[in-house]
Design a protein around this ligand. Structure first.
Ligand code: SF4
Length: 568
């Protein structure tokens, strides 16, 4: 092939993203092939010859931007196995990497020195029957099952553009490889592929860059709430034995977050000598200087956490946004030739702090709808709209409906929200309007002139309990081909170097958990300019969401680049 020619690959189903939603979709589709292929086209089949040919597993393509399965996947993670049980009914015998069943739950309220355990764990935070997992390991296992079923998995390929015919989705273009930072072709240049499919299923995860294009172009968010997000920042620690029991799950509220902030901490113990711990904070915070990574480091200095971690070692780090908006933030998920599933659509229960089971189940439901559509030879929006009906009628819709306004209740502060949640629990969700409106996260940010911020002491990490962002990024395994165009597109640097300094104090320097953004002194000595260290980026998407001018666009880097999460 000439290096100038862009090759076109044709397939039946293209799944973009090998996370829990994408892989569950692919596995379910392959199962349906196995179940229906014989019946339709086997010996003695009465299936009319005019009908479309049966879907074959090898014609289910899954594109993944990470170089390895699971390398870009990050979550707490607690798994509610309800969808797994439906996907792999005998999953216990298939040896999935479920690190530990949850053995005990607790919720603690923290002040800066004290910790108060709630006498009763709220029902929605009880995890009996759930498992502590590493999402990377779980994804590798799911991917192995997809491969065994004959699905075609392609790692290291970024989807950069949705392909349309009119407004019909007909596939995805993958990114070119071997382009230098100025956009010139290098000696190893390889053009991307146009992957055309009868049905494209977007399972890119939170704030997916292609899903964003789709939603805008087709107006899929009409009459919906804007999506709301939180950022989760997390570390994996090895600790001495006898500090925590295997399977213990602890959630914290309060310090160091302020009462107006949404979020809290989590500590999960997959073994007696290993814990994952992290802090989740809403991206709707009014304070432009709020730094979630700093807050996480501060949280670990609480006397109780310090005792837990003392003598231990931090071994991994990661950060990722979480779609918290719930039922009314889910966009229209079906269109001509396409479906959106999992976190990309915002299928997450923010009250239970869980989304993997919803991602998996929406992937499976999409597979059933896609299979039926292909059998009929009709992948129109009308035919695929069955997915909307199906997820709403399924336990997915019921679970999300019960907590439909959960996150929105916290828009006016934590305690306000907690009060509403308690009342809603007591009244079985009958309190108040059926839909509470929401404002996009970045619109909540206030200008410096509108705030009186307390003076905070400069954060000095000690390198044992607390770390700076660069040390943490090192532990995320992040790696990029250095000589490539930045995947963080700044629409107008003049805003960063002028207005933003004055109005917001460059919030990107604070909210980015990977020290990507830096304000550098001008050589002339007059003023500062923004420097973007793209090769630190851990793909959390915060900048794409929280920038007050919406001046930063996150796009996929060259395939394979980014964090290399392992054990997270
Ligand atoms: Fe997250 Fe943006 Fe920083 Fe990358 S650059 S780590 S997406 S905030």
């Amino acid at each position: 092939m000439s290096t100038d020619a862009r090759e076109t690959l044709e397939t039946d189903v293209l799944v973009v993203g090998a996370g829990p939603a994408g892989l569950s979709c692919a596995i379910r589709l392959a199962d349906l092939c196995a179940k229906h292929g014989e019946k339709h086209h086997g010996a003695g089949s009465a299936f009319p010859a005019a009908n479309p040919p049966a879907l074959r597993p090898e014609n289910i393509f899954v594109l993944e931007k990470a170089s390895d399965l699971g390398a870009h996947c990050l979550s707490g993670a607690l798994l509610d196995p309800s969808a797994l049980r439906e996907l792999v009914p005998d999953f216990e015998r298939s040896n999935p990497p479920l690190l530990s069943p949850v053995t005990d739950d607790a919720v603690c309220y923290l002040t800066n020195q004290r910790s108060y355990k709630l006498p009763v764990t709220p029902p929605f935070l009880r995890n009996h029957g759930n498992y502590i997992i590493s999402l990377n390991q779980f994804i590798k296992w799911l991917g192995g099952r997809a491969e065994q079923a004959g699905v075609s998995l392609f790692c290291g390929f970024s989807g950069i553009e949705v392909l349309y015919e009119g407004n019909r989705v007909v596939g995805v273009r993958t990114g070119d490889k071997g382009v230098d930072r100025k956009g010139n072709r290098k000696s190893n240049y390889q053009p991307g592929y146009d992957v055309r499919a009868k049905i494209t299923i977007f399972a890119e995860g939170v704030d997916g860059s292609l899903t964003k294009q789709l939603v805008r172009r087709l107006g899929l968010d009409r009459n919906r709430n804007p999506q709301s997000y939180a950022l989760g920042v997390k570390e994996l620690w090895e600790i001495p034995a006898d500090r925590i029991q295997k399977g213990q799950v602890i959630h914290t509220v309060g310090w160091p977050l302020r009462s107006r902030q949404f979020g809290g901490g989590f500590i999960y113990a997959p073994s007696e000598t290993q814990i994952v711990l992290g802090l989740v904070a809403g991206l709707d915070d009014e304070n432009p200087s709020f730094d979630p990574h700093h807050a996480f480091q501060q949280w670990k200095t609480h006397p109780w956490l310090r005792r837990l971690l003392e003598g231990g070692e931090m071994v991994r780090y990661g950060a990722k946004c979480i779609p918290e908006g719930g039922y009314f933030s889910v966009p229209m998920t079906a269109m001509d030739g396409g479906l959106i599933v999992g976190d990309a659509a915002g299928f997450l229960n923010s009250q239970r702090l869980k989304g993997i089971h919803l991602a998996m189940k929406t992937g499976m439901l999409a597979a059933e709808v896609a299979h039926a559509a292909l059998s009929k030879g009709d992948s129109s929006a009308q035919q695929l709209a069955r997915f909307e009906q199906d997820w709403k009628a399924d336990w997915v819709g019921k679970e999300l409906w019960r907590v439909r306004n959960y996150h929105q209740r916290f828009q006016h502060g934590f305690w306000n929200g907690a009060l509403y949640v308690a009342l809603e629990l007591a009244t079985g969700g009958r309190l108040g309007p059926s839909r509470v409106g929401a404002t996009a996260d970045y619109r909540h940010m206030k200008r410096l002139s509108e705030l009186t911020l307390p003076k905070t002491a400069q954060f000095k990490p000690d390198g044992r309990l607390t770390f700076d962002k660069l040390t943490d990024v090192y532990h995320s395994g992040t790696f990029y081909e250095e000589d490539q165009p930045s995947h963080l597109r700044i629409a107008d640097f003049n805003i960063c170097n002028g207005r933003c300094i004055v109005e917001y104090g460059n919030p990107c320097v604070h909210y980015c958990p990977a020290a990507v953004y830096e304000m550098e002194d001008e050589l002339s000595g007059s003023g500062k300019h923004l420097k973007v260290n793209s090769s630190n980026c851990v793909h959390c998407k915060t900048c794409d969401i929280r920038d007050p001018y919406q001046n930063i666009l996150w796009v996929c880097p060259e395939g394979g680049g980014g964090p290399h999460y392992n054990g997270l």
